[in-house]
Design a protein around this ligand. Structure first.
Ligand SMILES: Cc1cc2nc3c(=O)[nH]c(=O)nc-3n(C[C@H](O)[C@H](O)[C@H](O)COP(=O)(O)OP(=O)(O)OC[C@H]3O[C@@H](n4cnc5c(N)ncnc54)[C@H](O)[C@@H]3O)c2cc1C
Length: 472
């Protein structure tokens, strides 16, 4: 692969060095690595610009639970990532509900693994590197370049203290949650979703903890509500003695003391007596619907930078891998037809995201919205009354059907919470409407505004049914 460099190469200088490639990818995370590997595999020049140094790259705050571990895009195959899968025996969720003195054991559909996230990050980078991707570490993107028509033409960065300009036919933003690129780009004339606020994010923190004695639940992902409804604690076993322990809360709520709250819960659990903390990291993640559109002339966003996360579980690795791949395939088509400056030529990327997982995530967001409006004790009583497999369907599928017999059993079990149950059924109906609507995402750009109007009207109904504060 050749990277063309002109301008003032090397050394501290007032003039920025220029690196010209076919595609500039920002971020060496899951989305960026999959995007870049796909582009390199097709024979195009691609550089990944990453702010971390080579050692730290791939070290990302995560719960380390990998859902959909059986199925990864080809550009970096599963076999290349498997060395990082430290626990493949996990097959269910364990929901601890202290308010009800209940533990629910709920099967998780599909293949699941708990991973060593840093090792996984290194495997990803190695996979992209094998495809011929060039990596520029220690390089912080600070600005975005646009021409007079508004088309994105590149980014400006600081590389080890020196300014560097990166130019490409396409810029792919894989810079994660709250990406600076979107603050710096004028997207007013594009369909690109700019309706992004802190209330749509979760603030999360995790520690990697080593215990002396094996935990009993090494085949389960353990979840527990935080003291307020809009958050949860997790204990995910990387091995039976190495646990990823973390928690998060929705950022439209009163902030939690993440470090202290986690410490308090850990101290209350006998299995963590004498445990040692090996690593600590925190970050924000989007817990919202996916971007309505993640394309603009010369520009696409992927993964966390486009809200491609399951908003009820916080799982974003699989979405990032697929979004990166789909965006790259669309970029290649647009380069080959000479239309990278045309949103219409990039549109199919939006469609593929919505079809694969975006519609489901948008429907799941409705349950997220629902939980912000209710009292935690009410919700926990309801959770305890729900049949486990239905809960799993709802968590991962975006919808579930519950027959009359079960409805009656649930109602009897959770007498006193009937109002909440009624509201939940109304919410479910609204979520199903939203799912249907996302499943008919417009097949070209011309139907977009009408589609958005109808979606907004469904969202109005959702806010009315749930009584939740609008987060969009
Ligand atoms: C605490 C926590 C727990 C989570 N738990 C899970 C889980 O258990 N399972 C799961 O599937 N998902 C989980 N997620 C979500 C998951 O980590 C993300 O969805 C996934 O990492 C998204 O990948 P990405 O490539 O889009 O972004 P990221 O992995 O965030 O990668 C973005 C990259 O861009 C780089 N970058 C950012 N800004 C710049 C800049 N200006 N210049 C250059 N480089 C830049 C960053 O350094 C980083 O390397 C969790 C997230 C958090 C915060």
């Amino acid at each position: 692969m050749t990277t063309h460099q002109d301008g003032n190469a090397g050394g501290a200088s007032a003039t920025a060095r220029t690196v010209s490639v076919d595609v500039v990818v920002v971020g060496a995370g899951t989305s960026g690595c999959y995007a870049a590997a796909t582009i390199a595999d097709a024979g195009y020049d691609v550089v990944i610009v990453e702010r971390k140094d080579e050692t730290e790259a791939g070290h990302i705050a995560c719960g380390d639970a990998l859902k959909g571990a059986s199925d990864f895009p080809e550009a970096i195959p599963k076999s290349q990532l498997e060395p990082a899968f430290t626990n493949t025996d996990v097959d269910h969720g364990r929901f601890e509900i202290p308010q009800e003195d209940t533990v629910l054991e709920i099967p998780v559909p599909g293949e699941l693994a708990v991973i060593d996230r840093w090792e996984y990050g290194r495997c990803l980078i190695e996979g992209a590197n094998d495809s011929g991707v060039e990596f520029h570490y220690d390089t912080v993107v600070q600005d975005v370049l646009q021409d007079d028509s508004g088309r994105v033409t590149g980014v400006k960065a600081m590389r080890k203290g020196d300014p560097v300009t990166y130019e490409g036919d396409m810029v792919i933003d894989g810079a994660g949650a709250l990406s600076i690129l979107q603050d710096k780009t004028d997207l007013e004339d594009a369909t690109f979703d700019t309706n992004v606020q802190y209330s749509q994010f979760c603030s999360a923190y995790r520690e990697i903890i080593e215990v002396d004695e094996p935990v009993e639940w090494d085949d389960a992902l353990v979840f527990k509500p935080t003291e307020r409804s809009a958050g949860y604690l997790w204990y995910f076993p990387r091995t039976d003695t190495e646990i990823n322990a973390g928690l998060g809360f929705q950022m439209n709520e009163e902030p939690m003391e993440l470090v202290d709250d986690l410490k308090r819960d850990l101290q209350g659990r006998s299995e963590f007596k004498g445990a040692e903390v090996q690593d600590k990291l925190g970050a924000a993640l989007p817990t919202r619907r996916p971007y309505d559109s993640a394309v603009a002339p010369g520009f696409m966003a992927v993964g966390d930078a486009a809200g491609h996360v399951n908003p009820t579980t916080g799982g974003g690795i699989a979405g990032a891998a697929y979004a990166g791949t789909y965006a790259a395939e669309q970029a290649i088509e647009a380069i080959e037809s000479g239309r990278t400056d045309d949103e219409a030529a990039l549109w199919e990327y939006n469609e593929r995201v919505m079809e694969h997982f975006g519609a489901r995530y948008a429907a799941l967001d409705v349950y997220n919205i629902f939980t912000t409006a209710y009292d935690v004790d009410d919700l926990m009583a309801l959770l305890a009354a729900l049949p486990g497999e239905k809960l799993a369907e709802a968590l991962y599928g975006g919808s579930t059907s519950i027959g009359l017999g079960l409805k009656i059993k649930m109602a009897v079990k959770s007498i006193g919470h009937l109002g909440t149950i009624r509201d939940l059924y109304q919410t479910k109906k609204a979520a199903d409407r939203l799912l249907d609507h996302y499943q008919s995402y417009p097949s070209d750009r011309s139907g977009f505004e009408a589609w958005q109007r109808e979606r907004d009207s469904i969202m109005d109904d959702i806010y009315e049914v749930t009584g939740a504060e609008p987060k969009y």
